[in-house]
Design a protein around this ligand. Structure first.
Ligand code: NAP
Length: 296
């Protein structure tokens, strides 16, 4: 339980509602900033203005996935007000205060440098759980943009990280002939162990020459013009890597190969699950923090 903890939730989208729900269930005192248009029934959560919060008593600040922009502005879909998170506010918080955000930037890193900033999307647990709705979104996109089945198709998955592994496994389970490209020998060994066909990324052009679908998870320019030029004309590229992706989209368009960048799939195909993933991790970290503080 989080009884006695004071938590400020600032801005965000539908995913934040799952966080608020979970933390109120755990009996935390929640202050909602930037939610005035939200019609909610969360007992224990109170809508406030930023100026009404006594930050000296705040145990945690929860920001939306993007954190702040480079000037400190926080995204708020349930409010028209501009909400700015400043260094002065963070400095008022007690030293144990934990700030949660999906990702960070130089501004947020700087203003929280003397506090504990948790970037949720950098954590393995969040990334692995998030890979589940990401893969479901990828399957949806492949079905929408092809006139052939996934079953029996030649599917190249590029990268064996957290998203790559889940993608390769799911497409294999759907009956695709899955080839996974990686550069590390231990990854090639793991791909083989998974019953999939490994290839070194240096050989991507050869493997792309008869690929029906390429699913890229590598956040680096890997699906180059040269690779695309070898693909069959019916080939589809779904780029799951973060913006700008790893594909030469300009060249793909010129050659008439369908190539789609597909960011933010968990929030699009399963916002409720995406919110629960974040809510579960935040609540267990806050419970650990509470236990630690009790122990000291
Ligand atoms: P990850 O676990 O770090 O995996 C990244 C993979 O890319 C690793 O296999 C890594 O191999 C490889 N890689 C990185 N740089 C490379 C390079 N220059 N050349 C060759 N291989 C390289 O990351 P992840 O969690 O799987 O996420 C992958 C991408 O998907 C990220 O950009 C992430 O932001 C994005 N993502 C997108 C969605 C969506 O909805 N589309 C959802 C979640 C995540 P090495 O170990 O050899 O470096």
């Amino acid at each position: 339980m989080l009884t006695g903890m004071q938590i400020v939730v600032i801005g965000g989208d539908a995913r934040q509602l799952e966080v608020i729900k979970k933390l109120t269930e755990l009996d935390a005192s929640i202050y909602l900033i930037g939610f005035e248009q939200l019609d909610h029934g969360f007992t224990g959560a109170v809508k406030k203005e930023l100026s009404e919060i006594d930050f000296t008593k705040v145990d945690s600040i929860i920001l939306p996935v993007p954190g702040t922009n480079h000037e400190g502005k926080v995204d708020t879909v349930f409010s028209n007000e501009e909400i700015m998170l400043t260094e002065e506010l963070i400095k008022l918080t007690p030293p144990h205060c934990v700030v949660f955000s999906g990702i960070s930037n130089v501004y947020l890193d700087t203003i929280t440098s003397e506090r504990n900033l948790v970037q949720l999307f950098e954590r393995d647990d969040v990334a692995i759980y998030n890979s589940i709705p990401t893969v479901e979104g990828a399957i949806m996109m492949v079905i929408q943009h092809t006139d052939f089945t996934i079953h029996n198709s030649k599917t190249l998955v590029l990268g064996l990280g957290r998203v790559g592994m889940s993608t390769a496994r799911a497409f294999h389970a759907l009956g695709a002939n899955v080839y996974v490209g990686a550069r590390r020998s231990e990854h090639l060994a793991r791909i083989s162990e998974m019953g999939l066909i490994p290839f070194h990324l240096d050989d991507l052009e050869t493997y792309a020459s008869d690929a029906d679908t390429i699913l890229n998870t590598i956040p680096a320019r890997i699906v180059t013009a040269s690779v695309i030029s070898k693909m069959p004309t019916h080939g589809l590229i779904i780029d799951l890597a973060s913006k700008p992706g790893g594909t030469d989209f300009r060249y793909a368009e010129k050659r008439g190969i369908k190539a789609l960048l597909a960011p933010g799939l968990p929030g699009i195909v399963a916002p409720k699950t995406a919110g629960k993933i974040v809510a579960n991790v935040i609540s267990s970290l806050l419970q650990e923090l509470k236990l630690e503080r009790k122990g000291n």
